[in-house]
Each structure stands twice: as structure tokens, then as C-alpha cells.
Design a protein around this ligand. Structure first.
Ligand code: MG
Length: 492
């Protein structure tokens, strides 16, 4: 439609309207032009629920993580998606229970040094999802999703990461002949007991790695990655090697903590987190970067003083009691995540995948079940997330389920050295709000809640077939990958 013949007042009106329209659209245009936020995941290894100052530890000093919590959101009911390292990492990077990807096993628990299996190529990692959105991606730290010295397809560079620096597996998995019995848990650590390989990309750069320098070098590499990618969106995944045993701290931190060597190691991690947050502040990236700090599983209690603390929670690493899977978690993005907030709803490491996808403008894959839920609303306003249930697996077997404040245990088993699970019929039921330490079975008083949890667990198990386990085959015994057994929960 032509407007040249419009009378004068109409022309003025049209021009004014156009100016107003442009003015109204400007903020939208600025918003659209704003790059999506950087995502940084700092993932401690075997750090317990009670091991940080801001989670109540009386003697481990964590001023940087405490400040991160004061400037961000601290979660009181955040779960790792598995009770040990390999499945927990697979779940974090895929948003899926590890039984779906085969990255778990009832007996082997984690990938071993001789393992041939790895995160299947068919899995879509958060790194792949974000890289497709233009993110630079880095994994700096302990991988443990494939020993790529045995099978190159298990390398992080094959799973969406542009950069890798770190160990292929846990720091205790390559003992030297000099290692005495019980070496991982000994306080008098000797570097000569360990042969851990350190890689940059696909190149082995040091073996044995100097374990006293791993935390500092991990942070150095993370800092260099941020410096090198400050002008584009990035996804930085930092799975620390510690405080997994054997414990090593650098000379600067060793002997400093009243908590002993474990405290030294955690305080060095805390200082490293401080370096990363300080850099983000200094480079004006704080408001443009979501940083999440959490742990892959609970504390390794059988390591005695060399293991951490689950605080008031029952048990630790390797078990499906709360101490095995409920972990510290802090989210930080000044100006976006409300400062000093405490989120008391259930949240899990599974949720980081859909949450980061949402923030990055990526589409969550629709061709497979994703078990995490989008927490971006919870992060922005501390609103409750709409979660139906959370399932606790030990290896490939469903042991327990949580819905609201109630948790049912269908099976329980000691973390290590307890050969058979104990079946509970009726299941045990705990009210985690009034009894977070899981001391008082209230099944008889809440039959409807128990029935709902059993139904949820049955429906979850019936909804899919577990993938063949990647944790069985080794270079010595490249046996066919066997699917894990199912153990349906007992009826109430
Ligand atoms: Mg671990």
C-alpha cells in the first residue's frame, strides 16, 4: 500500500508510529543479539554433602565456594545421578540415567584401566549439543567415560569436546609395583606408588603425572581456556581428580587445614574455584556465565580419614542411602541467579543437560528419553521445579525412589564388600524432610505414599530396556557386552 497521498497529520502519525515501533523493538533486538551464556561445570570427585563450609563443615575452610553460594544459589537436595564415578559422569553429560547408555554395572561399578567400553557414540553429550550452537568446548580434568588408550573412540575429543587435558580415569587406577596394600587410603602417600597418565588432547604428556600439581594445572588450563574464548560462548567442564584418593595437595596447601590432608585437598580445590570466579569477574563475564559446582557422588567412607563426610546423611559413596548421592551444589550467575538463595526442592545432575540446552537455545533431542528437567526457572526465580520422581540406582539396578518428601528403598546394600543386596518387602519408607538421616521407617503410617512410589518405580522400569553394559569388556577379556539384569521392586 502506498502512502504518498496521505494528508500531513497522517504522515506525521505514520512516522511517529515507526519511531515508536523501532524504540519498542530495540530492547528485543539487543536481547536477540546477546550471546547465550557460557556454561561452566565444576565437578568434584567424591566430595561429600558435609565437606564445605557453606554446608556446615566445622574445620574445612572454603571461603570461595562460600562466597559463590552467597552470590548465587545453594541446593539442599541436589543429587548426583549415580553412586560412583563413571555412571555419574555419563548421566551429567547426557541428561539420562546411566542404565540407558550402558555406562553402569552391578559388579564392575566403573570403567577400569583395562576397559574397552566407553560412552556410546549414539549418546548425545552436552558438549555436542552446545558445540552445535557455536560453543567452544573443553573437558579439563578426569574423564572416566572411556580409557582411550585401549579404545580411541572413548576419547573426549570424540564426544563433543574441542579441548582435553587430564586423566583418562581415577587417580588410583594405575598403581605402580611399589604400591603397598591399601595404598589409596594411606595418609603417608608416596608419588612412587602411582603411575597415573596425564594427557593433552590425545598425547600422553606425563606418566606418572605429578599428582601434587594436578589441581593447580587443571585450574591453569581452565583459566587459559576462558582467556582464549572470552569473546565467544563456551562450555567448560572441569571434572576435578580430587578429593578422590590417593590424596595429594601442592606444597602451598599441604599441612594447612585443621582437617588434615583431606582438608588440604578440598581447600586447594576451593582456591582453584576462586581463581576461575575471579577471572570471570575481572573479564566482565560473570553475568554472562552460569557456573555450577557439584560432586559426582558422596564421600568414600571406607577410606577413613582420607574420605570425606556426608554430614548428617546416612552412608556414602557406593550406596543409595542419601549420603551416597545427595551432594553439595551451588549455581552462580550474578544478576540472573538470585544472590544468597537456597533451593530446597529436589534437583539432580541430570538436569544440567536440559537446563544448559534451554539457556543456549539448543533443542533437547526428541528421539530418546531425557531424564533431567529444565531448571532454568528455578535458577532465575527459585521457583519449584516440576519433578515427578527421582530414581536411585546402584550399578544397573533400581534400589530406591523419591517422590516429594518420601523415599522408598526396595533394596539396600553396603557400599563395598557386601556381596548381595537386601530386599525389603514391604519397602522401607523415609520422610526425608523430617528425617534426612533415614533413621525411622514410616511405611506403616503412609501406605498411599509407599504405593505411589512402588508404582512410579515399576512404571519407570517398564518404560525401557537397559542398554548393554559398557563396563564388562576389557583388553584381556573382550567379552560380548551383556545386558544388566533387572530387579523389579518388591510390592508393598
Ligand atoms: Mg567419584
Amino acid at each position: 500500500m502506498r502512502h504518498a497521498t496521505l494528508p500531513f497529520p497522517s504522515r506525521v502519525f505514520r512516522r511517529l508510529t515507526a519511531v515508536m515501533l523501532v524504540a519498542a523493538l530495540l530492547p528485543l533486538a539487543a536481547q536477540a543479539a546477546e550471546p547465550p551464556p557460557n556454561i561452566v561445570v565444576l565437578f568434584a570427585d567424591d566430595l561429600g554433602y558435609g565437606d564445605l563450609g557453606c554446608y556446615g563443615h566445622p574445620t574445612i575452610r572454603t571461603p570461595h565456594l562460600d562466597r559463590m553460594a552467597a552470590e548465587g544459589m545453594r541446593f539442599t537436595e541436589f543429587y548426583s545421578a549415580a553412586e560412583v564415578c563413571t555412571p555419574s559422569r555419563a548421566a551429567l553429560l547426557t541428561g539420562r540415567y546411566p542404565v540407558r547408555s550402558g555406562m553402569c554395572h552391578d559388579r564392575f561399578r566403573v570403567l577400569r584401566r583395562q576397559s574397552l567400553g566407553h560412552l556410546p557414540d549414539s549418546e548425545i553429550t552436552l558438549a555436542e549439543l552446545l558445540r552445535d550452537r557455536g560453543y567452544a568446548t573443553a573437558c579439563i580434568g578426569k574423564w572416566h567415560l572411556g580409557n582411550f588408550a585401549n579404545e580411541p573412540a572413548g576419547h573426549p575429543l570424540e564426544h563433543g569436546f574441542d579441548v582435553f587435558f587430564g586423566l583418562p580415569h581415577s587417580n588410583d587406577m594405575d598403581p605402580a609395583p611399589a604400591a603397598p596394600k591399601g595404598a589409596p587410603g594411606r595418609p603417608d602417600q608416596d608419588p612412587a606408588w602411582w603411575n597415573a597418565p596425564l594427557y593433552r588432547g590425545t598425547e600422553l604428556i606425563e606418566r606418572p603425572a605429578d599428582q601434587t600439581a594436578i589441581t593447580r594445572r587443571t585450574i591453569d588450563e581452565a583459566v587459559a581456556f576462558i582467556e582464549g574464548h572470552a569473546d565467544q560462548p563456551f562450555f567448560l567442564y572441569v571434572p576435578f581428580s580430587f578429593p578422590h584418593v590417593p590424596l595429594f595437595a601442592s606444597a602451598e596447601f599441604r599441612g594447612r587445614s585443621p582437617r588434615g590432608l583431606y582438608g588440604d585437598v578440598v581447600e586447594e580445590l576451593d582456591a582453584g574455584v576462586g581463581r576461575i570466579l575471579d577471572l570471570l569477574r575481572a573479564r566482565d563475564l560473570a553475568g554472562r556465565t552460569l557456573v555450577v559446582f557439584t560432586s559426582d557422588n558422596g564421600p568414600w567412607l571406607t577410606m577413613n580419614e582420607q574420605g570425606g563426610s556426608a554430614g548428617l546423611l546416612r552412608e556414602g559413596k557406593g550406596s543409595t542411602w542419601e549420603g551416597g548421592m545427595r551432594v553439595p551444589a551451588i549455581a552462580w550467575r550474578p544478576g540472573h541467579v538470585p544472590a544468597g538463595s537456597v533451593h530446597r526442592g529436589v534437583a539432580t545432575a541430570l538436569d544440567l543437560f536440559p537446563t544448559a540446552a534451554r539457556l543456549a537455545g539448543a533443542v533437547v533431542p526428541a528421539d530418546r528419553p531425557i531424564d533431567g528437567i529444565d531448571l532454568s526457572g528455578a535458577l532465575a526465580s527459585n521457583e519449584a521445579a516440576a519433578r515427578e520422581a527421582f530414581f536411585y540406582y546402584r550399578g544397573a539396578t533400581l534400589f530406591a525412589a523419591r517422590r516429594g518428601r518420601f523415599k522408598a528403598h526396595f533394596l539396600t546394600q553396603g557400599a563395598y564388600g557386601d556381596p548381595q543386596p537386601k530386599r525389603h518387602d514391604p519397602p522401607l519408607l523415609f520422610d526425608l524432610q523430617s528425617d534426612p538421616a533415614e533413621r525411622f521407617d514410616v511405611a506403616a503410617a503412609h501406605p498411599a505414599e509407599l504405593a505411589a512410589l512402588v508404582a512410579a518405580a515399576r512404571s519407570h522400569e517398564a518404560s525401557f530396556t537397559p542398554a548393554p553394559s559398557q563396563l564388562v569388556a576389557t583388553v584381556d577379556e573382550p567379552t560380548a557386552l551383556a545386558p544388566p539384569a533387572r530387579a523389579a521392586p518388591a510390592a508393598p
